[in-house]
Structure formats: C-alpha cells, structure tokens
Design a protein around this ligand. Structure first.
Ligand code: GTQ
Length: 355
C-alpha cells in the first residue's frame, strides 16, 4: 500500500480566505497551499492500477479487427491496451503506450517515422513477417525483441502464411508531455532495402563493433542492433540458470543493452528478460518504473501490491510505480518486461527497493 501521510498540513479555510481565492482565480492564479499536497507527494501515488490482459481474449478481437478493416485504412492495426485506472488516455502506464499489432499474410503497413521510440516484442511469428528499420529488414520470430528508434523509417510486412502479432511499446506519453511529436510518411509505401538481413546483428551484435565506431547521435544514440533474437537471449538465460543460484528478487534476469554504449537500447525505454525456475518464489521488490510484462513461457502468478495475477504464455500484465511485486512460477517461466527506466535514470529520478 502507499504511504498515506501527507507532506504538509493544509491550512484551514475561512470566508475571507475563500473570497481571496476567488479574486486570485480571476487573474489565473491559485494559492499553492491549497494544492501542495497533491503536487509534492511523500511517495508515488500512481493513477494507474495493476492490470492484466489475457492474451486469448485480446487476440480474438484483434483477429476480428483484421476482418473489419484493412491495414491501409488503419495505418497500424492495433488494439491499444488501456490501463483501467486511466481509461481513454491510450496509456498502459503514466509514461508508456502499449498495444497488440496484427499483420495478416500478404499485408504490409506503410513506411513512416515519428519522434516516438518503439519496441516490438513478438508474440506470434515464425519468421514470415518482417519489420524494416532504416533500410534493413529483420524477420520476426516469437520472442524476438525489435527496436524502432526515434525518427527511423519503419514498415512491417508478412510474406508468410500465418498471422504475425506483437506487443508494441512506445514512449508516446513522454513525447507528448514534452510537446515534441513529429511524424511523416516515407515517400514510398515500402522503404527500399539498402542492406541484407542480419547486417546490423553481424556488425554490432557479435560483441564487436566496426573499427573506430562512433555513435551517430552521440550520447543519445539508440542501439545499432535492432533485433535481439529470442534464440540467443533464451540460451543465455538457460546457461545462467545452470551455472548458479537465482537472485532472490529477480530469478535469472538480464537487461537488453546498446552494445555501443553499454546503456539501454532506447533513450527512454529499458527492457529485460528473466527466467524463473520451476517452483521459484521471488522476494518482494519495488521500483519507480511502472513495468509492462509479457509472459513468453510457463505458468505462474505475480503478487502486485494486494492483487494476485495468475498468468500463462502470452498474457500481459502491468506493475505500477512503487508497488511491491513478487513472482511465483509453477513451471519454468520466462518473462519479458519493459519500462521507462532509461528515461528515469537519465533524469536522475529512478529508485528501487528490495523488500
Ligand atoms: O508500428 O509504427 O502501436 O506508429 C502505434 C503507433 C505502432 C507503428 C503503434 C505506431 C506504430
């Protein structure tokens, strides 16, 4: 639960004071002492709530959307995951947008770019679908972690025979909070391919870098790797789980990295992958970055504050800022997660507490 104590005591009111406040109001001013308690909080009081989306429920309706309108009509065929605490805002947390996107066989979503950064976590895909980012295409397999950094042209397509579905996470609320949104279409529906599949991963993702490599946007450069294949990440976690004990709070947990800087893959968003061994029960943990989870493998449950979420493969759930979370896996489980930790750390705001 949240600390309920107020930061300061609000002064008594009186008819004279009320009359004064009315006069302040007339010239677009207000007394701080009337609002200080909701401005300066002794601890985070998120408007968002712990929530879960059962994948099968959303998938059924996403497939219906696939019949109701073309991807060309929609631009992007996405069902937005709206946090029940802030419905209507198109936000899953206070700072992040999330949705599930569908590309049917034979379809393609037009090339565009925007200042918002995006990540895609592939939920269904056998490699028949692709995302193109800045002239390179990458096939989308379930579990792959794909980046679309700020202001990079991107389009999606599906040459395969099965639908491709992924979780989109964008920093739109942050970009819009700063009033810094720009967006435009590529002159062509599908951007030209300039490099072969796998070029970025070979160049930047083999624990090596091009000679004398300089990050193109300095300290604010996103990762030059834009697909982190699940096969690699999963193998690493498997190996670690055999090598030593699980962390009591996190199990076996790794963060995705920008190989050129050692920092987070995007300037605003951090992402993680963790393995929870069968029967593992984590200790409580809380941090200020509200976090979106997508279950990749296994069944279990998570206690978030006073709520318990029981999950299985592909389900999505969200943990609000500063709510204690603990996980239990009834079989070996793998959880992907993403948050605004990169932005919070860059601004010197991030805090965590192991409970
Ligand atoms: O794939 O470019 O879910 O521009 C929302 C906005 C996906 C995308 C979203 C977007 C995209």
């Amino acid at each position: 639960m949240h600390e309920t104590a107020s930061f300061v005591v609000k002064p008594e009111t009186s008819p004279e004071r009320q009359a004064f406040y009315t006069r302040l109001d007339q010239i677009d001013t207000a007394p701080l002492w009337e609002v200080l308690n909701r401005l300066v909080l002794p601890a985070p009081q998120p408007a968002i709530v712990p929530a879960m989306w059962k994948y099968d429920d959303v998938r059924a309706l996403l497939m219906e959307a696939g019949r109701l309108l073309t991807v060309q009509e929609a631009e992007r065929r996405v069902l937005v995951l709206e946090n029940p605490g802030i419905r209507g805002m198109s936000q899953i947390t206070q700072s992040l947008y999330a949705g599930l996107q569908l590309i049917q066989p034979g379809e393609n979503a037009a090339s565009h770019r925007h200042t918002a950064s995006a990540l895609r976590f592939i939920v269904e895909g056998d490699g028949g679908g692709y995302t193109a980012v800045d002239g390179e295409r990458t096939p989308m397999h379930a579990g792959d972690f794909v980046l679309t950094p700020s202001w990079t042209f991107h389009d999606h397509g599906n040459f395969g025979s099965a639908p491709v579905i992924w979780l989109d996470v964008l920093d739109l609320p942050i970009v819009n909070m700063f009033d810094t949104s720009f967006a435009e279409h590529h002159p062509q529906e599908t951007q030209p391919v300039a490099r072969k599949d796998g070029d970025a991963l070979a160049r930047y993702g083999a624990n090596m870098l091009p000679l004398e490599y300089k990050q193109p946007r300095g300290a604010t450069s996103p990762s030059p790797v834009f697909n982190y294949p699940y096969s690699r990440s999963r193998k690493a976690l498997q190996q670690l789980s055999k090598n030593g004990p699980a962390d009591p709070h996190h199990g076996f947990k790794l963060q995705y990295v920008n190989p050129a800087s050692g920092g987070y893959p995007l300037t605003t968003i951090a992402a993680f992958l963790q393995l929870l061994p069968k029967g593992f029960a984590s200790k409580g943990y809380r941090s200020t970055d509200s976090t979106i989870y997508n279950v990749v493998e296994g069944h279990g449950k998570s206690r978030i504050g006073s709520k318990t979420m029981t999950w299985g493969p592909r389900d999505i759930f969200v943990v609000p800022s500063w709510e204690a979370v603990s996980h239990e896996a009834s079989e070996e489980a793998v959880l992907f997660s993403a948050s605004d930790r990169a932005a919070q750390k860059a601004l010197g705001l991030w805090r965590e507490e192991a409970l």
